[in-house]
Design a protein around this ligand. Structure first.
Ligand SMILES: N[C@@H](CCC(=O)N[C@@H](CS)C(=O)NCC(=O)O)C(=O)O
Length: 267
């Protein structure tokens, strides 16, 4: 079928739509409060975050920038079309990428550490070297054990695999929660710090993606986990960088259906 500009309809599809225009694909701009925040940070700044609104790794860096009240520019990029400004920083063309003046870097955990090293009044990594090591250790647990399971579970089509991955994910989250401060509500206590921000995008996506697509349960009332989830959900920087529910439903349909051409790295 031809369109008015002569291009075939298929050529306009994103690769992950699998040739079917009725399939949902990732959003190309933020919505809701995240849209307002993106607009408020659209003017040229030395410190620039190249991000894609659906991406949880970008979400981490965006929460850090907001929480630390840094002066930055948010630049939305279509990560599957890999614009040159992104490839110039990250040859693999993945988001998030950060440009600071004529220097650039990537990898969400590295970028969060860079923002800490810039200083400022609000720190996510505390001064005590032992607490810093503790935070890094549990961030590593999130990256190594929780995130891969999130995607394995979301993409699993076999009901037996789904049961197994749900159980594995619950266990890895329970291990993380058992390392948290007893009272909370955040990982180290009253304030949001590094581990909370590392985990926050997946806390949001457990509710907005795994719950509708796979029936992930609400946290049990009165548990330490529930207290943590609510503290993260109600945090200002988290709220200001989170889009409306529909964006996550649409952007993750391709994972839930385990289509081809989803991200090379997340799974
Ligand atoms: N380990 C990376 C993962 C980044 C990542 O997987 N980003 C995805 C979007 S959420 C991406 O850029 N995908 C593009 C692609 O796979 O080509 C980080 O922590 O920053």
């Amino acid at each position: 079928m031809s369109t008015t500009n002569g291009a075939s309809k298929d050529s306009q599809l994103d690769p992950n739509q699998g040739g079917d225009a009725n399939k949902k694909t990732y959003n190309k701009h933020a919505t809701g409060l995240a849209w307002d925040t993106a607009q408020a940070h659209s003017s040229e700044k030395e410190l620039k975050l190249y991000g894609s609104c659906f991406c949880p790794f970008v979400h981490r860096v965006w929460i850090s920038l907001e929480h630390k009240k840094l002066d930055y520019e948010y630049v939305e990029v279509d990560v599957y079309r890999k614009p040159k400004l992104l490839l110039d920083i990250n040859p693999r063309g993945l988001v998030p990428a950060l440009r600071h003046g004529d220097w650039g870097c990537y990898e969400s955990t590295v970028l969060m550490e860079y923002l800490e090293d810039l200083g400022g009044n609000i720190s996510l990594l505390l001064k005590d070297p032992k607490i810093r090591a503790h935070s890094r250790l549990w961030s590593d647990h999130i990256n190594r054990h929780i995130i891969p399971l999130f995607y394995r579970y979301l993409q699993a089509q076999d009901p037996k695999d789904q049961v197994q991955f749900a159980k594995d994910l619950q266990e890895q989250i329970a291990t993380l929660v058992s390392a948290a401060d007893e009272k909370g509500p955040f990982f180290l206590g009253e304030d949001m710090t590094f581990v909370d921000v590392q985990m926050a995008p997946w806390v949001i996506r457990l509710e907005k993606v795994l719950k509708p697509y796979k029936g992930w349960p609400e946290p049990e009332p009165g548990t330490r986990w529930e207290k943590w989830v609510r503290a993260i959900e109600n945090n200002e920087a988290v709220k200001k960088t989170t889009s409306d529910d529909q964006l996550y439903l649409d952007s993750y349909e391709r994972y839930a259906e385990n289509r081809k051409n989803v991200s090379q790295t997340e799974g």
